[in-house]
Structure formats: C-alpha cells, structure tokens
Design a protein around this ligand. Structure first.
Ligand SMILES: Nc1ncnc2c1ncn2[C@@H]1O[C@H](COP(=O)(O)OP(=O)(O)OP(=O)(O)O)[C@@H](O)[C@H]1O
Ligand SMILES: [Mg+2]
Length: 315
C-alpha cells in the first residue's frame, strides 16, 4: 500500500526541485540556476545531439487514466528532440486536440486532421502541419470530428489497422521520431495507435492510484501484440508531475520502478506551474521557458529516450 502524503505546500516552491533531474552544487540562486539551464538547452540545440536513430521510431503514448501527462510528455519530448536536430512528428489522436493546441497548430473544425487520415478521406501528407516554433517539428492535428471516429470505425474494414496503413505513406518524409498522443480510453483510437507503433511509452503521474488501471492497459497491449502487432512492446515509462515535498511521490516512484524496472527513465518530470501554463500560449515548455526546470527535465528525458533507443537498435 502507498503511504499517505505529508502536508502539501504551494506549488512551485523553490524547494520543489526535482532531485533526480536537476541540481547544481555551483549555483545557489534561482536566477543563476535558470540561466545555467537556459545555456544548457541552447548548447543542446547547437550540438545537435543525440544522433539519429538507425530506423524511424514510432512511440504510442498511452494510459487510459486521464490527466497523467500523456499530451505534455508527447509534445515536450518531441519539441526537445526537434530542438536537437531530429525530425519529429506528433500525431494528435485525441478529439480534445490538446497536443495540437500545445504545439500552436491550427485545428479548427474543417482542418485536415487525424480524423480524415483514419477514415481514409485524404492522404496523410495533406494533414501535416509544421510547428511555428521549430522547422523540424510537425503535427497531424485532431479536430472535434475525431470524437465520432470511435463509432464510425466500428463498421469499417480493417478498423484496427487504419492508422498503420496511413502512416506507411509517410516513409518518404524521413521522420526520426513519431509520437502518437492517445485519448484517455482504450477504445478503437488507442488500439489504432497500438497497432501502428512498435513502442509504447506510458506516462505515470506520481500521485495516488498511479498504478490503477495500468494492469488493464498492459493486458490490452498484450492482446494487441498477440493478435494484431507482434512487434509491440512497452519500452519506456516516464514519471510525471513529481513533487519532491511529498513522501507519496517517492513511494509511487519506487513502486513504479519495482514494477517496470529499467523501462522507467531515470529522469523524472517535476510538477511545475510553467509546464501547465505553456499550452495556453500555444507553446511547449521548451519554447515557452527554456530556462525552466520543466524544459530541462524534458530535454533530459528526450536524450535518455534517444540513447536507450540507440542501444536497443544496436542489439
Ligand atoms: N509536469 C507538470 N507540472 C504541472 N502540471 C502539469 C505537468 N504535466 C502536465 N501538467 C498538467 O496536468 C494536466 C494534465 O496533463 P496532460 O494534458 O498532459 O495529461 P493527459 O494524460 O494528456 O490528459 P488526458 O487524459 O485528458 O488526455 C494539464 O493541465 C497539464 O498542463
Ligand atoms: Mg491528453
């Protein structure tokens, strides 16, 4: 059982620094630390690391629990990789369109989107949009039309494999990374995403009931693997919204690491108000506030993800 949290303090207290992600013994003022982080981020951009994966990587970001950081993780890891020189695509597969909003991508009704791609009305290229903030970052947006897709897909031929078929057309685009942001459900949209990708990334919020429902998610992944996509594997787990002031967050992190072992990234994403403010400006935290702890943690997470992938592909 999980421990009861200690009393909470206001968010973003200076003490709320991800112990696992960021600490510098040489910098003892918040402004100094922020400046140093911004410099690190700019260096990452100019150094152009990490290297490209040998083969395109497609990751489905799934957890049927709502509000655990799926979209935030998708857009920020994608933006961090693009900043470092990699061609990256985010496919918004959630009718809420949160990933499209966070990337500053047009997604009014009528915009060519993941809905038309899934239903087969348009070639996938027609729905591609480039980020206003990074020329290497692209998005296939979601409009509200996607809300009807779960039902429309039911009667369609090869309904679980439609996204996979559509994505095959994208091979000329040379994307290094494709992230598919799923809605908080295990319906046909999420199943399409699981069929289309070899890798699953599960974000887990460092809160009460963190692992609730994960068993069901894993059973669904196993089912898709045995019937529809033998390549499928959970390769990555990301701990999100970590609040270092609570014992609960540590307890959850320990439970998740005990459960998933080395699939869990060492980098932990801290809870930070700025991360939640960025989408309101149509920006990722990488563009909105490059000197913030949130930006640095997503940069670190992106590098870890990229380096692990290279090791895997080398095997
Ligand atoms: N590290 C963070 N610090 C503070 N707030 C965060 C952080 N990560 C995400 N949030 C906020 O938490 C809320 C849920 O995050 P997000 O939308 O990424 O989750 P989700 O799993 O995609 O949700 P849904 O299931 O509705 O699609 C959002 O308001 C987001 O801005
Ligand atoms: Mg979301």
């Amino acid at each position: 059982m999980m421990a009861v949290p200690e009393s909470r303090e206001p968010e973003d207290d200076p003490a709320d620094v991800s112990r696992e992600t960021w600490s510098s013994p040489d910098v003892d003022t918040p402004i100094g630390a922020e400046a140093e982080r911004a410099v690190r981020l700019m260096q990452a951009a100019t150094q152009g690391q990490p290297p490209r994966p040998a083969r395109q990587r497609i990751l489905t970001i799934a957890n049927q629990k709502g509000g655990v950081g799926k979209t935030t993780t998708a857009v920020n890891i994608a933006a961090a990789l693009a900043l470092q020189g990699l061609r990256t695509l985010v496919i918004d597969l959630d009718p809420q369109g949160n990933a499209s909003t966070a990337l500053g991508i047009e997604h009014r009704p009528g915009t060519p989107s993941s809905y038309e791609v899934l239903i087969g009305d348009i070639p996938v290229e027609t729905a591609l949009q480039r980020s206003p903030h990074n020329e290497r970052l692209f998005c296939i947006p979601a409009t509200i039309d996607l809300a009807g897709a779960e039902i429309e897909l039911v009667s369609m031929v090869a309904r679980e494999g439609r996204l996979r078929t559509a994505l095959a057309e994208l091979k000329h685009h040379d994307f290094d990374y494709v992230f598919i942001d799923c809605p908080p459900s295990l319906g046909l949209l999420t199943i399409n995403a699981l069929v289309a990708a070899p890798e699953v990334l599960i974000p887990i919020q460092c809160e009460y009931y963190a692992l609730e429902g994960v068993g069901q998610l894993l059973r669904n992944i196993e089912m898709v693997k045995s019937h529809l996509n033998p390549e499928l594997d959970v390769t990555t787990v990301v701990l999100t919204m970590y609040d270092g002031r609570t014992k609960l967050a540590d307890q959850v992190a320990m439970d998740v690491r005990a459960h998933f072992g080395d699939k869990v990234l060492r980098t932990v994403i801290p809870r930070s108000v700025k991360v939640s403010e960025a989408p309101g400006y149509g920006m990722t935290i990488i563009d909105f506030d490059p000197g913030s702890r949130g930006a640095m943690s997503y940069l670190d997470a992106s590098r870890e993800l990229a380096h692990r992938g290279l090791e895997e592909q080398a095997r």
